[in-house]
Design a protein around this ligand. Sequence first.
Ligand SMILES: Nc1ncnc2c1ncn2[C@@H]1O[C@H](COP(=O)(O)OP(=O)(O)OP(=O)(O)O)[C@@H](O)[C@H]1O
Ligand SMILES: [Mg+2]
Length: 369
Amino acid sequence: MIIFGLDLGNKQTKLFSNKTLSNEENKVEGKVLPSHFLYYDNLGNADTAIFGNKLNINKYKTEFDEEEYAWGPDLHKVHNNENFLDTIGFEKRYSTHEFKLLANFALGELAKDYDAENNFLTVKVVTGVPSDDFNESSVKDLINVLDGRHTITIDDISYTIDVKEVQVIPQSVGTVYNELLNNQGEINPEKEHYLEEEITVVDIGGGTILIDTLKNMNLATKTQFTTGIYTLYDMIIERAKAKGSEYSSLTAYDVEVILREGDDTKGYFFKPNKNVTLEITQIVQNVRKRYTKELINKINKTKKSTSSTDTMLITGGGANLVEKDEIKNRFEFVLFVENSEIANSMGFFKYGMAVMNSEDEEVAATAEE
Ligand SMILES: Nc1ncnc2c1ncn2[C@@H]1O[C@H](COP(=O)(O)OP(=O)(O)OP(=O)(O)O)[C@@H](O)[C@H]1O
Ligand SMILES: [Mg+2]
């Protein structure tokens, strides 16, 4: 069966299947899209073709909503922040209409890579939730959204995805499976030691920070903070606005893009309009320092003692936004995982493969008896 790995994060949607795998060694693909979208007509006359390059934004339509929506990795380029329909949320997120839309778009987005007959696909979905949501009612809500048959139309081509099975695991565990397993779902012998270790996963996401401890691959303790990277964006906005009214239009969506496009050498710049460029490098650096200190403090308080920890894995997109050296100096056995923003979803996919392999082995064993 086809396996879809879905990480429907507060800020970003990360998608993985065997069609998103890269053929090139050392290159991971997957799909990273925003966890917000627009009414399609809000694109208006937005220039979706800039310098002859068409923006990567498509039109999505589901059966349970009469509207058409615009979604894609280039959404931020249309500068329509005020109309973004967001799915970030800490309560009942999985029962919101917006979340349901996002989940359906995500299924369609993965399905469109397959050249399936009649665009009909039978799949198994593996996904994760922040550890606080790893309870019966939230998991049930999430399964409700994903399970069953979905028809999604992308740019007027219709795809039907029949989700036969949904498996929900704690989000942070995805990163560990990503470290442990290869793309076929087999254990990497060099990483086998993870199976018997005490591993702490620090997942710095857009909405949440998760500090979870696994013993022998089972979730032993979990702590969730609602101070994900959006609080770093908010701190930057607050300090910029305190400097003057020229910063008044700065939004979290802008900051997200500014941080991605800049670096410490080039600097970080806010361009409120074509003629004005404002440098915010100092603010970014100060806030990053502060956010990192607060993160270290959270890990310390949560772990109380780190002496029993064999490995600390730092994951989530936010891992790219903290001061890595500070954290490495502070804790022993720290590993910043590669491709941290997509690590969970890749792990979900690999976990799905591993489960399928073991089911196949069981069937083979029963047949032999
Ligand atoms: N290389 C990078 N440079 C700058 N920012 C990045 C980079 N990678 C990721 N980010 C940002 O990090 C933030 C967190 O991303 P991530 O995908 O982990 O959040 P999420 O999974 O949606 O949130 P949550 O786990 O709370 O649900 C996003 O705002 C994203 O834009
Ligand atoms: Mg996340």
